[in-house]
Write a protein that binds this ligand. Structure first.
Ligand code: OAD
Length: 263
């Protein structure tokens, strides 16, 4: 088999470069993990975290807004920031990249999205096998008991926040903050999927935040083939087996279309 680049049916203006053996490897995979990050939702109009100009962490200090200590110090500031983000997410729709991943779930025998995103757009696009590593912003939980509480059950508080109907502690968004451990079930499942997969696609993540950043390495050590999809270089790029340089909203639909034709 030659190492020719796949171009058939692919937009010639894109940097789509998957060699024939690499494509064969993907086609023959039984178990595929798509590890996604904020980049996947960028084309839906949701800012990423670490992009120099537009990333949230270039404008806001995560230590003041996304830690348990920040919430203990100033619950209203943190709550209001998350309300702002909820408002920002409200009218956002999945983009072509999310839909392509939902298509891939139908193509492969076993296909799981392991996402660091809290926006729910994978589910909205039709993916059903999803592991949410960092929670979901649409839910609230009790800041003391760590259990999900429906807003309708919560008690409104004079300061605009809500309180747990059981213990009276403030509700907080059901997302993972810096310094917190990830939800046990999600983490266990993510590691299990990584260790058992044939191919791991790392898409739209800077591959900097642990433990998600370790999943490609764990998968690779267990024998999986790693494909990175990202317009920019990341710490994973050097060790990835293949890199598709481009935006996920452009690359993934082409990849899904190619797979549909070949499988
Ligand atoms: P980052 O903001 O760190 O990285 C986003 C990545 O997406 C970068 O590598 C960009 O180059 C890439 N990117 C930008 N636009 C893209 C596009 N259209 N298509 C594909 N890729 C694109 O976001 P994450 O890696 O998700 O955690 O960050 C991980 C975690 O750090 C987040 O879940 C969040 C944050 O702090 C918590 O809040 C706990």
């Amino acid at each position: 088999m030659t190492n020719e680049q796949i171009t058939e049916g692919v937009d010639p203006s894109s940097n789509f470069q998957l060699s024939t053996p690499d494509l064969q490897r993907l086609i023959s995979s039984k178990r595929v993990v798509a590890l996604t990050g904020a980049g996947v939702s960028a084309e839906s109009g949701i800012p990423t975290f670490r992009d120099a100009q537009t990333g949230l962490w270039s404008k806001y200090d995560p230590m003041q807004l996304a830690t348990p200590e920040a919430f203990a110090r100033n619950p209203k500031l943190v709550w209001d920031w998350y309300q702002w983000r909820r408002d920002l997410f409200r009218d956002k729709k999945p983009n072509a990249g999310h839909y392509a991943l939902a298509e891939m779930e139908k193509i492969f025998p076993h296909f799981v999205v392991v996402t660091q995103n809290i926006d729910g757009l994978h589910r909205m696009a039709g993916s059903t096998a999803i592991v949410e590593l960092h929670g979901n912003i649409s839910r609230d939980k009790c800041s003391r008991e760590n259990v999900v509480i429906e807003r309708a059950q919560a008690k409104a508080s004079a300061d605009g926040l809500f309180k747990c109907p059981r213990c009276g502690a403030y509700l907080r968004p059901d997302v993972v903050w810096f310094g917190e451990t990830l939800p046990r079930d999600a983490l266990d499942r993510a590691f299990q999927e990584a260790m058992q997969c044939d191919v791991l696609l790392s898409i739209g993540t800077s591959a900097l935040v642990e433990p998600a950043a370790s999943l490609p390495r764990i998968a690779q050590e267990a024998g999986a083939f790693i494909i990175e999809i990202n317009p920019d270089e990341t710490p994973l790029s050097q060790s990835a087996d293949a890199v598709l340089r481009g935006k996920s909203g452009g690359v993934l639909p082409q990849l899904a279309a190619l797979l549909k034709r070949k499988m």
